[in-house]
Ligand binder design. Structure first.
Ligand code: ZN
Ligand code: ZN
Ligand code: ZN
Length: 179
């Protein structure tokens, strides 16, 4: 990929990967000044997005074809090709059909609190947690129900109180757009 910067014409730097797993190329005429904490020179950044994959599936709402897309947090979803995102208005346009791929994985482990199966879930920030499969989140009333058992999979995870974790659980169901 030897493209030049569309802003200043300098060659772009080699591909980098961000902490969230996104790929980008910066302009070689730009640099970060750690003293002033400001970008100097050309600020052009080219985000490398995996092209959305056209699926051989029809939208159940409007009949347009569906595409597979990965959000900035690395979650996969099927969405309707007739749907879009209005950056200026910050709202979804067209068909809003979205089907998230990252369904929680059911584990062969029983919840120490209630004995039901645990499920493995990824938070929006990419941390993994085990939670009880009876835990439910109602986005309408914004309340959690069922068992509140939560275990963070790696020790670096924040030790959140169950109520805070239940709150982040609500975010899991909110679509994230990135265009
Ligand atoms: Zn440039
Ligand atoms: Zn649709
Ligand atoms: Zn439980």
């Amino acid at each position: 990929m030897n493209t030049n910067c569309p802003t200043c014409g300098s060659p772009l730097k080699p591909e980098e990967t961000t902490a969230t797993g996104k790929k980008l190329q910066r302009c070689s005429a730009g640099s970060w000044n750690p003293q002033t904490k400001q970008a100097e020179g050309c600020a052009y950044v080219k985000w490398i997005q995996d092209a959305p994959e056209n699926l051989d599936e029809k939208c159940p709402k409007c009949g347009s074809h569906l595409i597979m897309q990965t959000t900035r947090t690395g979650k996969k979803m099927k969405k309707c090709s007739a749907g879009g995102w209005d950056k200026a208005e910050k709202k979804a346009t067209g068909c809003a059909y979205v089907d998230w791929m990252d369904k929680p994985m059911v584990l062969e482990e029983a919840c120490p609190d209630c004995g039901e199966k645990l499920v493995l879930q990824k938070t929006a920030s990419g941390k993994q947690l085990k939670k009880c499969s009876t835990a439910k989140w109602d986005p309408k009333t914004k309340t959690a129900s069922g068992c509140t058992y939560i275990q963070w999979v790696n020790d670096k995870g924040p030790r959140t109180a169950p109520s805070a974790a239940a709150k982040s659980n609500g975010d899991e169901t909110a679509p994230e757009y990135e265009f």
